[in-house]
Ligand binder design. Structure first.
Ligand code: SAM
Length: 322
């Protein structure tokens, strides 16, 4: 099929392709051609800075989406090349076989239990594809190796993690009390090479992956501590940011966090709240705890992060301690 196209050196091909997607200029129905060190990228309109030529291109066969195949949009969570289907999904096997036809999915798992226990993990069985539970997941420019059956992980907090990371300043000390495989800690350590990041988790499997992920992302300014957060934070002082991402039992650790944070430091506090009282009850409890230590808190931000269960929400409060 005839199309307009631009010619770019192969080396710059990927960068230009992304730019064209951003500009809405690429013709994604046609196949990019290559030859003589150049890529010929079909476009739907002229692009500033490039000469426009005309040529013939092969039409790409469109892959049908799972929704088109099944007749409904299946609910699943994707972590790297693994898809996870809810445990109550009656059509799980049919959905699994359909998802497996997607390029990026190699394994489809079904949850057998809800997320539970101290380590916040869940039982999973293989429904289709490769029999594996380990994958590499990419988020906010970092890569995370993880085993979805042995550690807690959700891709749904990606924006939240970036939001917290953006509040850190170079030179800050950051304590991630419940770090898991490191999606807050590694991102912060990578963004701010002169920050000191202390990442804690009690689950030995999470610690194994955290260490692997520090290597994978080439971050050195991270101290990884395996153990109970209450014990591991002892002796720390003047911490600029404390991340408390253990929503079900976060209050048990609040005093320990308040003791290590510096004057003006910030606590990022995750909790589960009922829709009838999303923030006030929790804020009162935080103020009470701070009061016992002769501290005051100044709320900075409050947000619903995501729905958690009927009438219940995962919320985040950022507050300064003075
Ligand atoms: C909800 S997950 C959060 C993980 C990570 N922040 C993330 O965003 O993926 C909570 C983590 O806290 C860890 N954990 C639970 N109790 C702990 C404790 N007493 N001390 C340290 N870590 C704990 C669990 O093993 C789990 O990895």
């Amino acid at each position: 099929m005839e199309s307009l196209y631009i010619r770019v050196p192969k080396k710059a091909g990927e960068e230009v392709r992304r730019k064209l997607i951003e500009l809405g200029a690429i013709n994604s129905d046609l196949k990019i051609k290559s030859g003589d060190g150049f890529l010929l990228i079909p476009v739907i309109k002229p692009v500033e800075g490039y000469d426009i030529e005309k040529g013939d291109f092969e039409v790409l066969e469109k892959q049908k989406s799972p929704e088109e195949i099944l007749g409904f949009a299946p609910a699943y969570e994707q972590v790297g090349d693994i898809a996870i289907i809810d445990r109550y999904e009656p059509d799980a096997k049919r959905i699994a076989d359909t998802l497996l036809r997607q390029n990026r999915i190699r394994t489809v798992l079904q949850a057998e239990t809800s997320v539970s226990g101290e380590y916040r993990t869940r039982g999973l069985t293989v429904l289709a594809g490769e029999r594996k539970t380990e994958t590499i997941y990419r988020e906010n420019g970092c890569r995370y190796l993880l085993d979805v059956a042995r550690v807690y992980f959700t891709p749904r907090l990606a924006t939240e993690r970036l939001r917290v990371a953006n509040q850190v300043r170079d030179g800050d000390t950051v304590v991630d009390m419940f770090a898991g495989v490191g999606p807050f800690s590694i991102l912060i350590a990578k963004k701010f090479p002169s920050a000191r990041v202390i990442a804690i988790d009690k689950n030995p499997d999470a610690i194994h992956y955290l260490r692997e992920n520090a290597k994978l992302n080439r971050v050195r300014n991270i101290e990884i501590r395996e153990g109970d957060a209450r014990e591991e934070v002892k002796g720390l002082l003047d911490v600029g940011h404390v991340i408390m991402n253990l929503p079900h039992s976060v209050f048990e650790f609040l005093e320990d966090a308040l003791r290590i944070v510096k004057k003006g430091g910030i606590i990022h506090f995750y909790a589960i709240a009922h829709e009838d009282d999303l923030f006030e009850g929790i804020l009162n409890k935080i103020e009470e705890t701070a009061g016992r230590l002769n501290l005051r808190i100044v709320p900075l931000d409050r947000r619903v992060v995501r729905p958690y269960a009927p009438y219940q929400y995962n919320i985040c409060l950022d507050f300064q301690v003075i």
